[in-house]
Design a protein around this ligand. Structure first.
Ligand SMILES: CC(C)(COP(=O)(O)OP(=O)(O)OC[C@H]1O[C@@H](n2cnc3c(N)ncnc32)[C@H](O)[C@@H]1OP(=O)(O)O)[C@@H](O)C(=O)NCCC(=O)NCCS
Length: 170
C-alpha cells in the first residue's frame, strides 16, 4: 500500500461523497443539532490512488482566561470503512500536528470529539480540557456539549482555565 498525503483548499463533491457519504451520522453528533464551522484547509490521505482519510483544519484565536491564543482547529477526521484500522487516521493526524506546529506555528491543536473517542486522541498525545469551553451557536454562547481536546505545542498550563472559543465549533 502506498500512502500519499495531499493538501487542498476545498474538497470536490465526489471526494465529499466518498469520505463522508458512506453512512448516516458518521460522526455521531447529529442529535446535538449544533451549527458547525467549515475548515480552511484539508489534508487527504490517498491509499493506492484513492482518497481514504481526511482531516480538515482552520486557524482561530480563542481566549484562555482572557488571553488570546491562536490554535489550529481540527475536524472531519475520517477514514473510509474499507481502510480503517490500518493506522491511516493516526498517520494523517501526526502529519496535521506537525503542520500546525511548524508551518502555522500555532500554540496548540484543538478538536471536539465524542466521549468514546477520547482514548483514541489521548494515545496521539491530546489532552482533555477539563473546564467548560464556551462555544458560539446562532442562539448565543453555551458550554460545549462535546468534550474538547488540545494538543499543546508549548508547555503552558491552560487546560483548566476559562476557555472561550468565540466561534462555532468545528
Ligand atoms: C475514528 C476513525 C477516523 C479512525 O480511523 P482509522 O484510520 O481506522 O484509525 P487508525 O487506524 O489510526 O486507528 C484505529 C484505532 O482507532 C480505534 N477506534 C476507531 N473508532 C473508534 C471509536 N469510535 N472509539 C474508540 N476507538 C476507536 C480503533 O479501535 C483502533 O484502535 P487500535 O489501533 O488500538 O486497534 C475512523 O474509525 C472513522 O472514520 N470513524 C467515523 C468518523 C469518526 O468517528 N471520526 C472521529 C470524529 S472525532
Amino acid at each position: 500500500m502506498v500512502a500519499v498525503i495531499r493538501q487542498v483548499n476545498s474538497l470536490t463533491n465526489p471526494e465529499k461523497q466518498r469520505l463522508f457519504g458512506w453512512g448516516e451520522n458518521i460522526f455521531g453528533v447529529e442529535t446535538l443539532n449544533l451549527s458547525w464551522r467549515s475548515k480552511d484547509l484539508h489534508f487527504l490521505l490517498y491509499s493506492d490512488g484513492e482518497p481514504t482519510s481526511h482531516v480538515g483544519i482552520l486557524k482561530h484565536v480563542i481566549t484562555v482566561d482572557g488571553e488570546s491564543i491562536t490554535v489550529g482547529g481540527i475536524g472531519g477526521v475520517v477514514t473510509v470503512p474499507t481502510a480503517q484500522k490500518k493506522g491511516l487516521a493516526r498517520q494523517l493526524m501526526q502529519h496535521t500536528a506537525e503542520f500546525l506546529e511548524h508551518e502555522w506555528k500555532v500554540a496548540a491543536g484543538l478538536l471536539f470529539c465524542l466521549p468514546e473517542m477520547l482514548a483514541y486522541y489521548e494515545a496521539l498525545g491530546w489532552q482533555r480540557v477539563e473546564s467548560p469551553v464556551l462555544i458560539e451557536q446562532p442562539e448565543g454562547k453555551l458550554a460545549s456539549p462535546l468534550p474538547v481536546m488540545v494538543l499543546p505545542f508549548h508547555t503552558e498550563e491552560w487546560l483548566n482555565r476559562r476557555v472561550e472559543l468565540h466561534s462555532l465549533p468545528w
